[in-house]
Design a binder for this molecule. Structure first.
Ligand code: ADP
Length: 232
């Protein structure tokens, strides 16, 4: 019954985007922009894990041990959560598609996603590859702060919080210089090799993430206009 619904959705109008790029390349901010502009639902594995970290169960405890170190969670933990999230998002009426932010990050996740999408009769339309030098990432990430009340992301250098809420700012555990260096290494070893697999399918489009947000967004809109008929 559910499967029929997915096929109908696909025939109507559906778009699947994967955001690819190193930690701190602006995937999350641009994901929000794309989802609100085109009516897509985001699946951000980092956010899913952060929300589960506070659970008082075995999974919550396991997550707290890894979160903040920059290491990846095992595919056995991540894959079922993603599968549940996909099914949950597909059930939302009026959803124009899905956007993955931070998934897949390993070859096991790549294979799992391919299998799942084949079962659901959904194809990946485009992989947006965010490119940015390591030095810019380190500069941006170490000055990133989050409003603990609203979850809004600020940057002490580029987008400072208003003076009246400065006291509410928190730094993500994994935004320190040591952990971001490890996250970049993990990205290069485990995630970057997947780009070649997507390039072989001819669906990768690059975005220069070292430019301003406005410039990155203009590029994204231009790239997605190639695929617009599927979401209009
Ligand atoms: P970033 O992309 O900037 O590293 P995220 O918010 O996407 O930040 O992820 C935060 C942390 O959550 C990662 O460092 C990692 O420990 C974990 N994580 C997120 N996505 C995955 C994934 N697909 N596989 C394994 N671990 C993940």
């Amino acid at each position: 019954m559910k499967f029929v619904r997915y096929i109908n959705l696909r025939e109507k109008a559906f778009m699947l985007i994967i955001m690819f790029g190193p930690p701190g390349s602006g995937k999350g901010t641009n994901a929000e922009f794309i989802c609100s502009k085109y009516g897509l639902s985001s699946i951000a594995t980092g956010d899913i894990m952060r929300s589960k970290m506070h659970q008082q169960d075995a999974l919550g405890k396991q997550i707290s041990k890894i979160m903040g170190t920059g290491e990846l969670f095992s595919d056995d933990i991540i894959n079922p959560l993603v599968s549940d999230a996909i099914k949950e998002k597909l059930a939302i009426t009026g959803n124009n598609g899905l956007l993955f932010d931070g998934y897949p990050r390993t070859s096991g996740q790549f294979d799992f996603l391919n299998k799942l999408l084949t079962e659901l009769n959904i194809k990946i339309d485009v992989v947006l590859l965010f490119q940015i030098p390591d030095s810019t990432i380190i500069e941006r990430v170490t000055s990133r702060r989050i409003d603990k009340e609203t979850g809004k992301v600020y940057n002490l250098q580029f987008n400072p919080p208003p003076a009246n809420i400065v006291h509410r700012m928190e730094q993500r555990l994994d935004d320190t210089i040591e952990v971001i260096t490890n996250r970049l290494n993990v990205y290069k070893q485990q995630t970057e090799p997947l780009i070649q697999k997507y390039k072989a399918l001819g669906i990768v489009r690059t975005v220069d993430a070292s430019e301003t947000l406005v410039e990155a967004q203009e590029r994204i809109v231009k790239v997605l206009s190639e695929f617009k008929q599927s979401i209009n």
